[in-house]
Design a protein around this ligand. Structure first.
Ligand SMILES: [Zn+2]
Length: 447
């Protein structure tokens, strides 16, 4: 009987604070303007590119401007892949009859270029099982994988993780049987025709062959064409892996008052693919992270734990920034109690996913009534992000990931239409509201 009022008072105090956070961010939030700067003045910023350097400088200056107690760059070695000039894929022959139809195609990240035009017949397969059945036909051909998203999955992220294997491993699986090139259906079910790039990797046991993704409209038509006909295509890409170079995680801190040596990390990744502006992936995670910093400083919140705001390097084609951050934390024997990532797009927030033990999850789930007014419907098991994953592996750090509405993310993911114009200001800010509220609750009550 006695405990109930105390609980109610605490809930009330917290709901007042979260309302303050929300009001301030929705009225005065800078995330949208910062996103415009990052996407429109810098643009795509793949590891090793000149834009990466510009983005790091911008990130550091912004941390300082927003009043971080400390801000600095953390050096790490990053890979340096360049696409080179235009990827060109075209249908050259249909049943030996000459034709010329250019396909919307983009080389996959980290793939080697063909350097000169390859012309070869196509073996179109539905999936790896199909490839295995037809392996005797592969030699000298360009293999096309039509494996697409399972549209019956309600969460597109599930489809992405299921189909991702074709982008990552498709080239070497086909090279094993003598393929000279690979084309995949983009990892998307968009209705437009932008090709979606993304990282791939070679198995060193087999020859390295060029690999591209086709836009969905062209992929659909191409698959139909291949069913009835013998198709020959030409493929020209220029991708190159240059020597590793130096990149940086950009880090800002607010010092903890009670437990200055215990850290809460919040972040997104600063790098993005070269084809677009990296707005949703992951410009929004970057500016939401900066928004949390801004809001906590403006509201004069004095955290108990030290809070780190991290713009990670090289998530897309190496995750070297993530590895460096965890390695440095280990070398300094830091204590990391929680890490939160936003890397699922800047759409309307729906929930958070957590990787933590049952007791911690129970504690966090009890806060749902405090977050529900701001659009959070679930605090569920499983979540985090690839930039904070190594902290969990290193220290068992509890992880959280913002879960925005995912229905439109793969329309733009790693494609030329991932631009500022496709981000909605209120959706972006609401994500930052909930991230700030969650950080506030975890800092106040611990885990
Ligand atoms: Zn991302």
């Amino acid at each position: 009987m006695f405990l109930l009022p105390v609980f109610v008072i605490a809930q009330n105090e917290d709901s007042i604070m979260i309302k303050k956070i929300s009001d301030d961010i929705l009225k005065n939030g800078k995330a949208y303007d910062l996103l415009r700067q990052l996407t429109k003045t810098i643009g795509g910023r793949l590891a090793g590119s000149p834009q990466m350097v510009q983005a790091e400088k911008w990130g550091l200056e912004t941390m300082q401007l927003l009043g971080a107690d400390a801000s600095y760059l953390q050096e790490c070695v990053v890979p340096h892949w360049v696409r080179g000039k235009g990827d060109v894929v075209a249908i050259k022959k249909i049943n030996n009859k000459t034709t010329s139809k250019t396909l919307a195609a983009a080389a996959l990240g980290n793939s080697i270029g063909s350097q000169k035009t390859i012309v070869a017949n196509v073996l179109a397969v539905a999936d790896f099982d199909d490839l295995e059945k037809r392996k005797a036909e592969v030699k000298g051909k360009i293999v096309y994988y039509n494996s697409g998203f399972d549209v019956t999955n309600i969460r597109p992220f599930k489809s992405y993780s299921e189909s991702g294997i074709y982008r990552r491993n498709g080239a070497s699986r086909a090279a094993k049987y003598g393929a000279v090139g690979v084309m995949i259906r983009s990892l998307s079910e968009s209705t437009d025709n932008f090709p979606h790039t993304g990282v791939m990797a070679y198995n060193d046991s087999f020859p390295k062959i060029p690999a591209v993704a086709l836009g969905i409209q062209d992929a659909d038509a191409f698959w139909q064409l291949c069913k009835q006909n013998t198709i020959s295509v030409s493929l020209l890409t220029h991708g190159k892996m240059l020597p590793d170079t130096i990149g940086h995680n950009v880090i800002g801190e607010i010092k903890g008052t009670e437990f200055p040596n215990e850290y809460i990390t919040i972040g997104g990744h600063l790098d993005s693919w070269d084809l677009a502006e990296g707005a949703h992936d992951d410009g929004t995670g970057v500016v939401q992270t900066l928004e949390v910093l801004r809001a906590l400083k403006v509201l004069n919140y004095q955290p108990k734990h030290s809070i780190r705001f991290v713009l990670f390097a090289n998530e897309e084609n190496g995750t070297r920034g993530a590895e460096k951050y965890a390695a440095e934390a280990k070398a300094k024997n830091e204590k990391h109690i929680f890490a939160l990532e936003s890397d699922a797009g800047g759409f309307t927030p729906r929930g958070f996913g957590f990787t933590m033990n049952a007791a911690q999850l129970n504690k966090v789930q009890a806060w749902l009534p405090l977050l529900r007014p701001y659009g959070i419907e679930q605090l569920s098991v499983g979540g985090g992000g690839s930039d904070i994953g190594p902290l969990n592996q290193q220290f068992g750090t509890a992880l959280g990931g913002l879960m925005p509405d995912g229905q439109r993310y793969f329309d733009i993911h790693h494609a030329a239409n991932d631009v500022f114009e496709n981000v909605n200001k209120r959706e972006l800010l609401l994500g930052a509201v909930n991230m700030t509220a969650l950080i506030y609750l975890i800092d106040k009550y611990g885990l």
